[in-house]
Design a protein around this ligand. Structure first.
Ligand code: ATP
Length: 314
């Protein structure tokens, strides 16, 4: 058999020999045991905090000033506790428990990366927070108010925006109409001000604002999806796999925008396969394994912890 697979558990249990490809190049091959122990393979999965960081590769970062107008942050609730509180959450698809009693908090302005191998439960957790996946049990509270069971549009109206996997651009709407759809019926002057903030962040969207949303490249469509999420002036944004399928340059641009959004004070949850990308922007990271949080800490703590690699490579 030849097995083409991301899931390392499957590879280590099934395959005698393994070859690793990266951007069309054979990186290494040999016995599965040797290949999984190869630091080059580890680097491909986890990356390294090296010179290609989005904030030091020459990519122009958006000014935090323009984003401050766009995102309403803190101050407008009397709640003293964490901005988001996830307690004992269980999410299941039929008999399969994808999230098995997960608890964590997110503070105002904090950027938390949600990491883990394929199938670990990251997207399920992101969808549960956004109101797109019902909970089997447990609670999710935003600014002290339960949001479990609310529809995604109600969750967004309370201040939790979502940029979920797949972008979901409206093909029949122009770029600007796609953005306006994210403003949830805010008054016209407010919409105009927020549009300017988005156009400052992603000038290409302004240049092409009359074109259909789907006439953009993959990276530009991701910018549109991020812009649309920001149009609701959120206090927490959930980003799910925003680098998926993008070229390295497009990923740099998208991550540069995240750095700007973080600087404006919005809290963020960044769900990512690309560990090094996420850890460069995050204050803290949680690692999911088979629906449970198995590791958490600051980026530096996690990178020094061999269990991080084990959670990806088995
Ligand atoms: P990936 O990085 O591959 O997207 P993930 O960490 O986001 O993985 P999830 O997509 O949340 O993981 O999947 C968690 C588990 O739930 C997996 O076992 C997956 O097969 C299962 N699952 C996800 N969506 C569904 C669904 N709609 N119906 C049934 N099972 C699902």
């Amino acid at each position: 058999m030849i097995l083409i697979e991301h899931v390392m558990d499957v590879i280590s249990r099934c395959c005698d020999r393994t070859a690793v490809l990266d951007f069309g190049r054979l990186v290494t091959e040999g016995t599965t045991q040797d290949v999984l122990a190869d630091p080059v393979v580890a680097a491909l999965y986890l990356g390294s905090l090296g010179a290609d960081a989005p904030d030091d590769n020459g990519t122009a970062l958006p000014s935090a000033g323009s984003m401050t107008a766009l995102i309403s942050v803190g101050g407008d609730d009397e709640h003293d506790g964490p901005l988001l509180s996830v307690q004992d959450v269980v999410v299941a698809y039929g008999d399969l428990q994808a999230i098995k009693g997960v608890s964590f908090d997110i503070a105002r302005g904090e950027c938390v990366a949600l990491l883990g191998a394929n199938g670990a439960g990251k997207s399920t957790m992101a969808r549960a927070i956004a109101g797109a996946q019902p909970l089997r049990s447990g609670t999710i509270a935003f600014a002290g108010r339960s949001i479990a069971g609310l529809r995604p549009d109600r969750v967004t109206a309370l201040g939790v925006a979502q940029c979920l996997e797949g972008r979901k651009i409206f093909g029949t709407l122009s770029i600007e109409e796609n953005l306006i759809a994210g403003a949830l019926g805010a008054p016209k002057p407010v919409v105009a001000e927020r549009l300017e903030g988005i156009y400052d962040l992603f000038p290409v969207l302004k240049e092409r604002r009359r074109s259909p949303g789907t006439a953009l490249s993959g990276g530009q469509q991701q910018m549109l999806a991020i812009g649309r999420a920001l149009m609701s002036a959120p206090r927490l944004v959930v980003f799910d796999e925003i680098s998926l399928g993008l070229s390295p340059i497009a990923v740099d641009e998208v991550y540069a925008a995240l750095v700007g959004i973080r600087a404006s004070g919005a809290a963020m949850i960044v769900v990512e396969q690309s560990v090094d990308r996420a850890l460069k922007v995050a204050d803290r990271a949680l690692v999911l394994s088979q629906g449970e949080i198995t590791l958490q800490g600051t980026p530096m703590e996690l990178l020094a912890d061999e269990r991080l690699l084990a959670s990806y490579l088995g």
